[in-house]
Design a protein around this ligand. Structure first.
Ligand code: KDG
Ligand code: MG
Length: 402
């Protein structure tokens, strides 16, 4: 069997997605997500210009060798654009292998380690009363874990807080919009929110919060400490992760569990964090960390060091990525939680899929492969629209991490 065709499909059913579809000479197809929010066309070009020509004629069964060829074989390796392109190829090859074997991909990864994949939902609102109502909405739907984000008094907008009734979408303008950030107001506000959420929902609901890389290590340590009475399941991305030694400092000061990794692309981005047990959850994803093959490697390293998984699953990761994530989540021994933000109806229509939510769990499709596809005719009706993530400034105008 050989790869006979490879199509890079860019579509915008409400937001941009890039998908790689491989077709074998026997007519078997496989799909891989290649979406990098705000940089979609860079990955599409990398695939079209540099990867697809080398794929035609290759044996689709050779997943590991193809991964090594695209990673090790490229002198300019690593980085989000390259690793997203590698991920798309790898994911599509696992899809093909599952179809050829007649098995869902999780069976090829060792079979199920659990009955379902526990997911967390996103409760967000402008203020604390609003977010309490949102948490209640999620628990009413059966969620066992909820991420809580609110507006910060005195700030016009805050990361993670969507507009009421609209699917959350931070990439809101072709040229980045600008938001204002104030660390002191934030550090004062967040513990008050969690005190109320915990008091209202009791000790058993898993609560999470995403800082989105905005603090320094000592500020993050202070936040972690002030949240200890409210027993969070995790505090996410407290600081930018470039300088990983910062996590040693946070760890020395707080027992609030830490989750990091949505911007990681390879095992080398998290090796120190995992080896020194500086984090509790690694949040790397199939689409941005080199596909199922490489993410499995990261998760296996994490398992050695008592670190659990918590894969990123925002709406800018397509249903193809979510499907792939669910197969891994079901199979690995050290699964923790999976992020889940349902996609818009238009997105779900473009990507027909068989995963389903029930009672706080997601269940992957039982069909051979990943159990997801792209409707290319429908996708063609939604042309690309430029959209960037915002930038963030302090009140005095200084550029701050987003
Ligand atoms: O593209 C960026 C989003 O996926 C990110 O901001 C969402 O932080 C995020 C999360 O935890 O889902
Ligand atoms: Mg996040």
């Amino acid at each position: 069997m050989r790869i006979a065709d490879a199509r890079v499909i860019v579509t915008c059913p409400g937001r941009n997605f890039v998908t790689l579809k491989l077709v074998t000479d026997d007519g078997v197809t496989g799909v891989g997500d290649a979406t990098l929010n705000g940089r979609e066309l860079a990955v599409a070009a990398y695939l079209t210009d540099h990867v697809v020509p080398a794929l035609i004629g290759r044996d689709p069964a050779r997943i590991e060798d193809t991964w090594q060829y695209l990673y090790r074989g490229a002198y300019w390796r690593r980085g989000p654009v390259t690793m997203t392109a590698v991920a798309a190829v790898d994911t599509a090859l696992w899809d093909i292998k599952g179809k050829v074997a007649g098995l869902p991909v999780y069976q090829l990864l060792g079979g199920r380690s659990r009955e379902g994949v526990t997911v967390y939902g996103h409760a967000s609102a402008a203020d604390t009363d609003g977010v309490l109502a949102e948490v209640a909405r999620f628990t009413g739907q059966g969620y066992r874990a909820v991420r809580v984000q609110t507006g910060v008094p005195g700030l016009p907008t805050t990361y993670g807080v969507g507009k009421p009734g609209i699917v959350y979408e931070p990439a809101d303008a072709a040229i980045p919009s600008e938001a204002v950030w104030d660390t002191e107001r934030y550090l004062d506000h967040v513990p008050r929110v969690f005190a109320r959420v915990r008091a209202e929902f009791g000790p058993h609901l898993k609560l999470l919060h995403d800082v989105h890389h905005r603090l320094t290590p000592i500020e993050a340590a202070r936040l972690g400490k002030s949240l200890e009475p409210h027993a969070l399941t995790w505090l996410e991305d407290p600081v930018p992760a470039e300088l990983q030694e910062g996590y040693r400092l946070i760890r020395r000061h707080t027992t609030t569990p830490l989750a990091v990794g949505e911007v990681f692309n390879t095992i080398w981005d998290c090796e120190l964090l995992i080896r020194e047990q500086l984090i509790d959850y690694v949040r790397a994803t199939v689409v941005h960390a080199g596909g199922i093959t490489h993410l499995r490697r990261i998760f296996d390293l994490a398992a050695l060091h008592h670190v659990r998984t918590g894969s990123h699953g925002a709406t800018d990761l397509s249903p193809v990525c979510l499907s792939a994530a669910l197969h891994l989540d079901l199979a690995v021994p050290n699964f923790g939680l999976q992020e889940y933000m349902p996609h818009s109806e238009a997105t779900d229509a473009v990507f027909p899929h068989g995963y389903r939510f029930a009672d706080g769990y997601l269940h992957p499709a039982e069909t051979p492969g990943l159990g997801v596809d792209i409707d290319e005719e429908l996708a063609a009706r939604y042309p690309y629209q430029a959209a960037s993530l915002p930038v963030n400034r302090l009140p005095d105008g200084t550029l701050h991490s987003w």
